[in-house]
Design a protein around this ligand. Structure first.
Ligand code: PBG
Length: 307
């Protein structure tokens, strides 16, 4: 009666990884229990999640190295792996919410979220690519696009491109306060995408800053975001609370790959109780003020509830 915070499957978006081919799934070694799926097997995985009550998914593509280039051309190929997967998922599960990823890194030969020239990220030139990418995803059936790139001005640019093409109903979940984090490691393994040179510190946020998150939130709100996201979640619970207290849009938090990996690794060693640590972790994110949680634990949590 007096418990203030409770979790339900409605709170979650489940990230998924897609690979080319057929009838295959490969486990990500740094993320036990999480797989990259070919589209046919991904549909089975989504079916089993839907059965458990999960209603929203965030797929990410693993693009073969030969298809990557400096300008992430493959990112706006309407016949490519990602657009094809989105169409296929939407055809089979029209009722699920699909949030697609807008960023260059899965398709970039430089492994960066923006165009790299002479060691610098070209912010405004990158917006063009992001706009094209978002449009291809909207045409394929995305309900929400999620720019995870951290270029300045991308929410406004994507909103304009979508509206001009009639996709006024496609929402934008902005990765508003995305910090340059060591905890992204396992995700970069999953996608085989990491910066070939330098790091992402010129566009992702400094972990030492919190007021800057408010600036990002104001900009994203003004540019037309429908949701604001904080990422990672656990080392940034104060930022989730800060945005919750200062913004009026729904707040999402991304319980990222490294946060998942730490719980799994310690549990495998028998050093902590994995299930209890999962529940405590997810509860802390909701308690901090997240309305929506992106987590690799989504399915396991739904299974726990059923049990
Ligand atoms: C990049 C992107 C990253 C994640 C989602 N999109 C990592 C990065 O910025 O290098 C991380 C998600 C996770 O770690 O679970 N656009």
């Amino acid at each position: 009666m007096v418990q203030e915070t409770s979790l339900s499957t409605n709170d979650f978006i489940f990230p998924l990884f897609i690979i080319e081919g057929q009838n295959q799934r490969t486990e990500i070694s740094s993320m036990p229990g999480i797989y990259r799926y070919t589209v046919d097997m991904l549909l089975e995985e989504i079916a089993s999640c839907v059965e458990l009550g999960i209603k929203a998914f965030a797929p990410f593509p693993n693009i073969p190295e030969p298809l990557k280039d400096k300008y992430a051309t493959e990112s706006h190929n309407s016949e490519g792996l990602y657009a094809g997967a989105i169409r296929e998922i939407k055809k089979n599960f029209p009722e699920v919410v699909l949030m697609t990823d807008v960023a260059m890194d899965p398709y970039s030969s430089d492994g960066h979220d923006g165009i790299v020239e002479n060691g610098q990220i070209l912010n405004d030139e990158t917006l063009e690519v992001l706009g094209k990418m978002a449009l291809v995803q909207a045409r394929a059936g995305a309900d929400i696009v999620g720019p995870s790139d951290m270029m300045d001005g991308r929410v406004g640019h994507i909103r304009r491109v979508l509206d001009e093409n009639g996709f006024t109903k496609v929402g934008i979940m902005s990765y508003t306060a995305k910090y340059a984090s060591a905890f992204y490691g396992p995700f970069r393994d999953a996608l085989d995408s990491a910066p070939k040179m330098g790091d992402k510190k010129t566009y992702q946020m400094n972990p030492a800053n919190s007021r800057e998150a408010l600036i990002e939130a104001e900009l994203d709100t003004a540019e037309g975001a429908d949701f604001l996201m904080v990422k990672p979640a656990l080392a940034y619970l104060d930022i989730i609370k800060l945005l919750r207290d200062n913004a009026h849009l729904p707040i999402a938090a991304y319980n990222i790959s490294g946060e998942y990996a730490m719980v799994k690794a310690a549990a495998q060693k028998g050093w902590i109780d994995g299930e209890k640590a999962m529940l405590e972790t997810l509860t802390s994110i909701k308690r901090a003020g997240a309305d929506i949680i992106l987590s690799y634990f989504a399915k396991e949590f739904a299974q726990y509830l059923k049990k």
